[in-house]
Design a protein around this ligand. Structure first.
Ligand SMILES: Cc1cc2nc3c(=O)[nH]c(=O)nc-3n(C[C@H](O)[C@H](O)[C@H](O)COP(=O)(O)OP(=O)(O)OC[C@H]3O[C@@H](n4cnc5c(N)ncnc54)[C@H](O)[C@@H]3O)c2cc1C
Length: 402
């Protein structure tokens, strides 16, 4: 045993090693540790949660389901409603109880998630990068890590990759091809202060192929005059996400008067779901496994939901002493059953919308307004098909929903 590991009581072997202390990794670790498993989380950044790469929105029920209260310190703002604007001025408002939510302070939220894991008995190391996986007899059985210029070896029964969108280990182990051009978005965001907000408890979404190709612009309030103002666009656009966001802001005096507190950039996987997220002694969750809602790009709920399934399967694997791909395949099956099928339907709608012009988007949102915008988020292909098929200018997009 060497110095760094012994100083912090790090063992040579764990039941579970989790790569990444994002929400997905911390939740998996917390749930496994609560069941008595020996868990180690390894985080390459020196501070959990920073820098943020997120607009920080989460629905109320999704947050409460993680065991948090309504008055947590990491809640920056309560959200009561949302509004979607298309380029020609179509407006769709949502004001139901179901849509209540929060804008978080991710730097504090991620730490709160990690704290829950630590208090449940998991051990956490930051500033520690997993540089390699250890493989023996066709099983992943640990990791090589780098801390302060030195490398160390830690063994485990299972390695969970919760590495986020870059997911280098997942790509290697599962032999993944890069996502297709319509399966990855580029995001850019300013956290702005002293801006004029229409309503500090309302999310605003701006849709248009010319302002945000394949995606949208958002304003997520973090206070009376403060908000995350950001954009997500298809990653293969000729111009950058920052270019489109700046062009849009340059016409908005309500934003131009403000100051920038923070700039964030990041990629968002949208739709390239993996049929198989496991191998012997290994499974992947969250952004690393491309588990993100393809229309709005939200991944906090998806990562923590997948964590719950992963933890359940890992605990069963421990009691059966079986970490084979065959056994861990339960995780693939459960995820596809509980989330994958629905998200794949949402993805088809996203594929259709990404092909639409400003005029066509305006038309479809006009029609959706008369039914329910929930059909989009829940991937209701029947209802969206009906709208496309009854509108001559939109019929051609129905093929994407098959
Ligand atoms: C611009 C933008 C806006 C977004 N807005 C929202 C939103 O409003 N709401 C929402 O729900 N989602 C949003 N998302 C998506 C959300 O941020 C992610 O889906 C979520 O963070 C995924 O959680 P995760 O635990 O899978 O991964 P992450 O939160 O990315 O955590 C992965 C962790 O792994 C660490 N890591 C990586 N490699 C290694 C290694 N080799 N060794 C050790 N550690 C490693 C990383 O440092 C990181 O801390 C947004 C994303 C972007 C880019």
């Amino acid at each position: 045993m060497n110095n760094m590991l012994s100083t912090f009581n790090i063992k040579e072997k764990y039941d579970v090693v989790v790569i990444g202390a994002g929400p997905g990794g911390s939740r998996t670790a917390q749930l496994c540790a609560q069941k008595g498993l020996d868990v180690l989380i390894l985080e390459k950044r020196p501070e959990i949660g920073a820098p943020k790469r997120c607009a920080e929105g989460i629905e109320k029920n999704q947050l409460l389901n993680l065991g948090f209260e309504e008055n947590e310190k990491f809640i920056a703002q309560t959200i009561d409603r949302s509004i979607v604007y298309t380029i020609s001025g179509e407006e769709i408002k949502q004001d139901s109880d179901k849509k209540k939510g929060y804008i978080l302070e991710r730097k504090l939220f991620d730490k709160a998630m990690a704290s829950k894991a630590a208090i449940s008995g998991a051990k956490i190391l930051v500033n520690t990068e997993v540089i390699d996986l250890i493989k023996e007899d066709n099983y992943i059985c640990g990791v090589n890590i780098e801390y302060n210029g030195k490398t160390y070896k830690i063994k485990s029964d299972v390695v969970v990759s919760a590495e986020g969108v870059e997911g280098k280990r997942v790509k290697e182990v599962l032999n993944l091809s890069p996502p297709k051009s319509n399966e990855i978005m580029s995001g850019y965001q300013y956290e702005m202060e002293n801006i004029d907000l229409k309503d500090p408890h309302q999310l605003e979404f701006f849709i248009g192929a010319t302002i945000a190709p394949g995606g949208y612009i958002w304003i997520f309030p973090k206070g009376e005059k403060r908000a995350n103002v950001g954009i997500g666009i298809l990653s293969n656009c000729e111009k950058s996400a920052k270019y489109y966001l700046d062009a849009w802001i340059s016409n908005k005096s309500s934003l131009q008067i403000g100051s920038i507190l923070e700039e964030n950039a990041g990629a968002i996987p949208v739709g390239g779901f993996l049929k198989k997220m496991t191998t012997n002694g290994f499974l992947a969750i969250g952004d690393a496994a491309r588990q993100v809602h393809p229309l709005h790009g939200g991944g906090l709920h998806e990562a923590t939901y997948a964590a719950k399934i992963a933890a359940k399967v890992i605990c069963e694997a421990k009691s059966e002493n079986n970490y084979s791909d065959n056994f861990l395949d339960k995780y693939n099956k459960m995820w596809w059953n509980e989330r994958g099928k629905e998200l794949s339907c949402v993805n088809k709608i996203k594929n259709a919308f990404q092909k639409m012009s400003d005029e066509e988007l305006n038309l479809i949102f006009h029609l959706i307004k008369a039914t329910s915008i929930n059909h989009l988020n829940s991937g209701n292909l029947i209802e969206i098909s009906k709208l496309l098929l009854k509108t001559p200018k939109l019929i051609k997009f129905s093929k994407y929903l098959l």
